[in-house]
Design a protein. Structure first.
Length: 475
């Protein structure tokens, strides 16, 4: 079947391509590559990936493109599901014979509910869906495809046997050729990465047990399954030879620096050094100095690190597997080596109080990442955090759809007897202001701008967007 893998049109600035890691408009408009759609597309000949939000396509423009396809597979999430279901209805109006499917953690967690709520959708994929999508596109009978839930001819929901987890990650084709074929690379922009950049996964799963993190608790699992270092370097080599405009590679594994994986990390780093490529990755704040040095000596520029909180009890509550003293030592090591850090923090996690919010703000100022992202605790269905929130009355069941408002702005979903949603929500702008509006931090940003005309233009644009975000948040 002629197949379209679609990120449906949504909010202006809504980062649909990030899976469900941050399903909201960002403070600064950003787009991650839709890797989870590109991977099955690489398995389906003559398919196409269409990323409507990144391409700024309207609903009408997206419908016009989709009319030419026999099969449309859309990525969905809890916040985007209502608009995705509505778009599926429009696709059905345009082409009654089109086959429509949904993929993502939302359909993994609630396949039956997803099908019942999206009446225009024929099937949803559970588990890892790469080969599930491939078999649907090949025209196999739906009842023969593992990992699939579908609506039969009588309208009944049928759940097939689960699909075994993928063990040999090297058997998956590269996603970079799909990016080059179907996407406008310049549309993908992240404030802390060089532009243009390319991101992809070198493995799936995460051994950490963070209670809020969606993908390891749903699609990816808690075993870290990896591609060989040689396979990863070969894809980077392909990018260097075929996409020479790319200035940075981002390894987007949940925890690329998992401590079980350090020899492979160093091997990949050395391969990147030989290629002369600048790169970044997601890391936990416990990487030893020796490995950090190997990474830095071989082209590492920046680490994206989830610090989450400056309170050790909260870190224990969310099973972070980290203490603030270890994070302090890690931050000091990165500073000594000249590795930039983009730190992420979450407000409203279990155990949060006005005092712990203050503690986290002061902790962030102390370790002083180059840039930060502050999020609100998001209890996605399928996570331990969601179950905790419902069981303790911090969240009404089925309210997780209200993680964003109708403009795509993230909302505080959890409230506590001692700390309201409104207090948590407004603590975000306080955090940003107190971190960035410090003389030393302002001078750090100005000095960076003075060193490069490109950085000057970029930071000025981001500054305008950031102040708009703060004004909208205050309102």
């Amino acid at each position: 079947m002629k197949t379209l893998f679609l990120q449906a049109p949504s909010f202006d600035g809504f980062d649909g391509g990030a899976g469900s890691r941050y399903q909201a408009k960002r403070e600064i408009k950003s787009f991650w590559f839709p890797t989870w759609l590109a991977q099955p597309a690489a398995l389906v000949p003559n398919s196409r990936v269409l990323d409507a939000p990144a391409d700024e396509l309207t609903v009408a423009e997206s419908r016009e493109i989709a009319r030419g396809y026999d099969l449309v597979i859309m990525h969905t999430s809890t916040p985007s599901f209502p608009t995705d279901a509505r778009f599926a209805e429009l696709l059905r109006e345009d082409n009654p014979g089109v086959k429509i499917g949904l993929v993502g953690a939302k359909t993994m967690v609630d396949p039956e509910g997803s099908l019942k709520a999206a009446t225009a959708v024929d099937f949803v994929c559970r588990e890892e869906f790469d080969y599930t999508c491939k078999e649907v596109a090949e025209g196999l009978p739906l009842n023969d495809i593992k990992g699939l839930s579908y609506r039969d001819e009588e309208g009944r929901v049928v759940h097939n046997l689960p699909r075994p987890i993928l063990e040999n990650m090297d058997e998956l084709p590269f996603v970079a050729p799909v990016y080059k074929r179907d996407l406008k690379i310049e549309n993908y922009f992240i404030g802390y990465l060089k532009h243009p950049y390319v991101s992809f996964y070198t493995g799936r799963g995460c051994r950490s047990k963070c209670t809020f993190c969606l993908w390891p608790q749903t699609v990816g699992g808690h075993r870290y399954r990896v591609r060989s270092a040689a396979n990863v370097i070969e894809e980077v080599r392909w990018i260097k030879e075929n996409m020479p405009e790319v200035k940075e590679i981002m390894f987007d594994d949940d925890t690329f620096t998992d401590t079980s994986n350090l020899p492979r990390v160093e091997e990949i780093a050395q391969g990147m050094g030989k290629l002369g490529m600048t790169w970044s990755c997601n890391a936990k704040a416990n990487v030893p100095y020796k490995t950090l040095k190997v990474m830095k000596d071989n082209g590492l520029r920046l680490l994206l690190v989830g610090f989450e909180s400056g309170d050790d009890q909260i870190l224990h509550n969310i099973k972070k597997g980290l203490r603030t003293d270890i994070a302090r030592r890690f931050s000091s090591d990165c500073r000594k080596l000249g590795i930039l850090v983009h730190g992420t923090f979450i407000l409203g996690l279990p155990g949060e109080t006005k005092e712990t919010i203050e503690k986290t703000i002061n902790f962030a100022k102390e370790i002083n990442p180059h840039t930060i992202q502050v999020s609100l605790a998001a209890p996605y269905p399928g996570t331990t955090l969601y179950k905790q929130a419902v069981d303790n009355g911090w969240l009404q069941e089925n309210e997780a759809a209200n993680l964003v408002n109708d403009k795509g702005v993230q909302l505080a979903a959890i409230s506590y007897p001692h700390l309201s949603k409104q207090e948590i929500f407004h603590s975000m702008e306080v955090f940003y202001k107190r971190f960035y509006f410090r003389p030393n931090k302002i001078w750090e940003i100005v000095r960076e701008m003075l060193g490069s005309w490109d950085m000057m233009k970029r930071r000025l644009r981001e500054g305008v967007e950031f102040f708009r975000f703060l004004r909208a948040h205050e309102a």
